[in-house]
Structures are given as C-alpha cells and as structure tokens.
Design a protein around this ligand. Structure first.
Ligand code: SF4
Length: 402
C-alpha cells in the first residue's frame, strides 16, 4: 500500500474543491501521523494482504507482512476481514470479474495541460476496484469514528473517473457503484453504504467542476474560501489569514446585536434563529481555536516563547506498576470479584468470537440481545440520518389513543 500523495489528492478533494487555496497553503506543512492514522494504515495493510491471499492473523506486534511492523489486535483484524469479505462478495457476482487491490489511479487528466512538474506524483490509490457484469465498483475502507457517506463522495468519484478511463478500454461499463466500508465499534455498528452513478455523470462533474477548480488550485491566484467542513481538519488552519478573518466576521455577527442598552433593558426571550445562527458560527470558531492551541503547543514544544502561554503537565492517575503482582496480592487481601470483576463481552464482540455458527445457534444467540433506541440528539439538517419524529408528537399520539 502506498502513502505518497499527489498535490490534487483525492482523499483531500473535499477540502480543495471547496477551498482551492488550501493546496498552496498546506504544501509545506508536514502531515502529522497520529495513533488513529497509524491504526488505519495497519488495518488497510491487513485488508490488502487478505485480498492478495496472504496469511494474516491477529498478533501482538509481530510483522503482518514484509515492511510492516504495526500492532494488529483482534478488533483491527476483524475490521480488515469484514472489508475483505465485502470485496469478495462483490467479486462472487461474476466469475469473469476483475479485481484490482490498491489500484494506482492515474490522475494526470484532472491536472491542467500546462502543469508539468518533473517527478511529481499524480496518482491516487483506491483500496479496491472491481469490474463485474458491466458495473465498476470503487470500494473504500474507512476506519475512523466519523461517519462517511458514499453519496456524492468526491474522493470516490475521482477514483471512479481514473479507474473508468483505464478499465473501460477493456470492459463495457454502464454503471458505477461507490462503496464506503465502515464497520467498527466506534461508529456504533455497521455503517457500510453505497451509491450509484453513471459514467456520464462522473465525466460531466470532472469537466465542469473538478478541472476548473484543480487549475485554480495549482495557479497563482487560488482563492482561500473558509467554511466549517473544509477548515475543520485543514493543517493550515492555524496559519490561514482567510480563516482568521472569517472567524472575526462571524464574531462581529454574533455580537453586533448585543448593545449595552439592549442588554440592560433585556427581559425578552431570545428567538430560536439567533440560537441556531450562533451555534453554526460558533462551531467554526471552536474548531479554529483548537487549531490555534495546536500551533501554540508546537511553538512551545520547540522551545520558543509565546506571550501568555506555557507548557504544563496534565494531571495523571495512579496506575499499577505491575498488574500481575498487584493481582496476586489483592486476591489474597480482598474478594476477587471486588478487585478483578469479570466483564461480559458485547454482543458484537461475542458474534466475532463465535464466528460462523449453525442457524439454530444463531437464532438462539439473536434472542440474547436487544438494540436499545438511540437517544434523540441534535444534528444539522445536512446530516444523512433521517429526521426523527418530535417528542411532543409522540405525546400527542398517546393522547389520541387514550
Ligand atoms: S484553513 Fe480553511 S480557508 Fe484556510 S486554507 Fe484551510 S480550508 Fe482554506
């Protein structure tokens, strides 16, 4: 699996398509690898190895394949295996299918014709690409907790374009299906989803939207266009003047109506539209504040002075210096269940431990668990989950029944 990225990286496309200036501004910023990213890389590697027929099993830090020395625990292995199973299920639909694992997708055609930088990587890396029965499938494994939708997913659409250009020379392709495989404990269940689109729709989008924005992004006058989604994870956020200016404007908006006399005289109810506009603006400012905190940390960690700030140690809690030794002593001194209570695994964990079981056993197992209703929470209308019925309506229904 490759980690090198093109400037017009498909995985960052949701940012640069909204803010073409981000390509230039992030160019010299080193991407920091964190534990979640390293975990994701290992799961991808394991998934790739399984699909390539290599032997992979959970381990505790033993190499899972040549050149990779990451830790692969049971839950990481399970994620990789679910992904491989999903890809293999698509392949089984057609004996004549073609599967390309970790396909190197040529992105040359989305770059401007006059853009020619020697040795520049202009490729994307699609986790799995399959052609079966006239369908082109682009499958992407997501290992994070943030829910990802396949619908209108720019990363997958760009992979689809590159893969279609290459594979339609050998196959008749009428339909494109984009898949996000996301099945981990942090997302509260299986969030795998897919979305269909035609080759013509993808080509039209690339020509009308992607190519002009790509040309702007690589030119000298690319606009920096701040917004909540594109700025949230932008590595340049704490250096970006446009984001700072946008935050200032939002703050002016937030507080412009609050004048001292009004506040003193205020015994009025705040209208709901003021609440929603405050909240949506505040999210941008909150995210930017986190980026600024990160920049101050980096400065201080490098030994530079930052007026008004210093590094301090976080509070920590006591922990066992040797768990086995502590257990041996405590079991003599206390009731074993008080100091080392047994904990039942979750239904999801039990399912994975049990593996494939008979229908009779599966039916019995399914009687053992329930899925409680999720509590109602507030989400923006753009959220993909369907809107729930208001609580007040439920009471009205009850009144009708009584
Ligand atoms: S912080 Fe926002 S506005 Fe600035 S470059 Fe990044 S995405 Fe663009």
């Amino acid at each position: 699996m490759s980690t090198a990225h093109a400037k017009l990286s498909p995985s960052q496309s949701s940012r640069w398509l909204k803010c073409p200036g981000s390509i230039g501004l992030t160019a010299d910023i080193e991407n920091k690898s964190n534990s979640a990213a390293r975990r994701g890389t290992t799961i991808h590697q394991a998934g790739e190895d399984i699909l390539n027929g290599k032997s992979v099993s959970p381990n505790n830090g033993v190499q899972i394949s040549v050149g990779n020395i990451e830790f692969l625990d049971q839950s990481m292995y399970d994620e990789a295996k679910e992904y491989a199973n999903y890809v293999q299920a698509i392949c089984k639909k057609d004996d004549e299918h073609e599967l390309i694992v970790e396909m190197v997708v040529d992105l040359n055609s989305i770059y401007p014709e006059d853009y020619d930088i020697e040795d520049e990587n202009k490729s994307g890396y699609a986790d799995a690409v399959i052609v079966e029965n006239g369908n082109l499938h682009i499958v992407d494994l997501k290992t994070g907790a943030g829910l990802v939708s396949a619908e209108e997913n720019s990363q997958l659409k760009i992979y689809a374009y590159g893969a279609y250009e290459e594979l339609s020379v050998f196959h008749d392709i009428d339909n494109i299906i984009l898949h996000i495989v996301q099945d981990n404990e942090r997302t509260g269940g299986n969030r795998t989803n897919s979305w269909e689109v035609t080759p013509d729709e993808i080509i039209d989008w690339i020509e009308k939207e992607v190519k002009p924005l790509a040309a702007e992004a690589l030119g000298d006058n690319a606009r920096c266009i701040p917004g909540e989604t594109q700025c949230k994870w932008c590595p340049a956020a704490s250096f970006c003047e446009a984001a700072n200016k946008h935050a200032e404007e939002l703050m002016d908006d937030l507080f412009e109506d609050i004048e001292e006399d009004d506040v003193k005289a205020s015994a009025q109810i705040l209208p709901i539209d003021k609440v929603t506009s405050f909240l949506s603006n505040f999210k941008f400012i909150e995210n930017l504040a986190k980026s600024y905190e990160g920049r101050i940390y980096d400065e201080l960690a490098e030994g530079n002075d930052v007026d008004g700030y210093k590094l301090v140690k976080k509070q920590t809690r006591k922990k066992w210096s040797d768990e086995i030794a502590a257990y041996e002593k405590l079991k003599d001194w206390c009731k074993i269940d008080d100091v080392a209570p047994r904990k039942l695994v979750t239904p999801n964990q039990a399912e994975k431990i049990l593996g494939k079981v008979s229908t009779q056993k599966a039916n019995k197992f399914n009687e053992l668990w329930i899925k409680p209703e999720g509590e109602l929470i507030v989400a923006p209308t753009s959220d993909k989950r369907p809107a729930e019925k208001a609580v007040a309506d439920n009471f009205e229904d009850l009144d009708d029944e009584l």
